[in-house]
Design a protein around this ligand. Structure first.
Ligand SMILES: [Zn+2]
Ligand SMILES: [Zn+2]
Length: 298
């Protein structure tokens, strides 16, 4: 049961601060993930993810026709994953708004609940439950996400007519998502616990931090807002990218808040599915177009 205050669709500004309680499910100590998988099975999934991540480098080398194509696969995929991250992140915060103000419309997704706990209840939940967190990003226990990689591979295969290139694109995407996942965990990990990371992982993250690809201090800006002002979110990216990506997140967020205030349903363009499909299909299309262009030029 959820407090009646949340059942009324209201503008955030019209709700008095005292009515902004947590959804009742969280008061009862609900775990932010409900995967029934035993720990050993999660561990097997994570070993598989780590192996695929390690294999992605030799596989992309093997299926690249030139160094430029290799750089292109990793570069375009990095920006594609950044775009997917921004889109996913904006919509996770939009779901937080539903959880707080309009729970009948909130999605029942473990990832969103986990993220809610991270933002408003226990900021350390990612590194405390690192295995659950990492396998969930991989799609374990979240059926709609489990189809993401096979779909990515199949579309890349259909468009490029090469199993090798489709595999390289899919594994590069998986690897950048793995990097995104551990980055957020790293941001909230105290220095003493960072020493428990495998030394290669630690080295990768220290180098990334030195190069400003990731920035622990900057991530604090994203956590400036709280339950009293969940609409005042800033900074949608966790890893370095062009300013445009963050501005795009701001723009979508503003549109979603305006539609929410007006009590309207989300317009087709503002639907999560539209935005996400645009990002991942776009990444594959740009990669394949550039591959064809490179094969003509070289
Ligand atoms: Zn966030
Ligand atoms: Zn965070």
């Amino acid at each position: 049961m959820v407090s009646g205050a949340f059942l009324v669709r209201s503008t955030p500004e019209s709700l008095p601060v005292k009515s902004r309680k947590l959804p009742a499910a969280f008061d009862k100590g609900l775990k932010p993930w409900s995967s029934k998988l035993p720990r050993w099975a999660k561990m097997v999934c994570y070993i598989l993810l780590s192996t695929l991540t390690a294999a992605s480098l030799p596989i992309t080398i093997a299926f690249s026709d030139s160094i430029l194509e290799f750089v292109m696969i990793w570069g375009i995929t990095y920006f594609g994953v950044s775009a997917e991250f921004v889109v996913g992140h904006v919509y996770v915060h939009d779901d937080f708004m539903d959880m707080l103000y309009n729970p009948s419309e909130a999605v029942d997704h473990d990832g969103v609940k986990f993220a809610f706990v991270h933002h408003y209840l226990d900021i350390r939940c990612f590194d405390k439950f690192w295995l659950e967190y990492r396998v969930m990003y991989f799609g374990v226990g979240t059926p709609n996400m489990m189809f993401a990689y096979p779909c990515y591979f199949l579309l890349a295969k259909v468009l490029s007519a090469s199993y090798g290139f489709a595999l390289a694109l899919t594994l590069a995407r998986m690897t950048w998502w793995h990097f995104q996942t551990v980055t957020h965990e790293w941001y909230h990990c105290p220095e003493s616990k960072r020493r428990t990371y495998w030394f290669i992982t630690r080295m990768i993250f220290r180098i990334a931090e030195t190069m400003n690809i990731i920035n622990t201090m900057e991530h604090k800006v994203h956590h400036k807002h709280g339950l009293n002002n969940p609409e005042d979110v800033e900074q949608w990216t966790d890893t370095w990218t062009f300013k445009f990506f963050d501005s795009y997140g701001d723009w979508i967020w503003k549109r979603l808040l305006e539609e929410r205030k007006a009590g309207k349903k989300k317009s087709l363009f503002n639907l999560f599915e539209t935005q996400l499909n645009f990002a991942w299909v776009g990444t594959i299309a740009v990669s394949i177009t550039l591959k064809k262009l490179l094969s003509v030029l070289l």
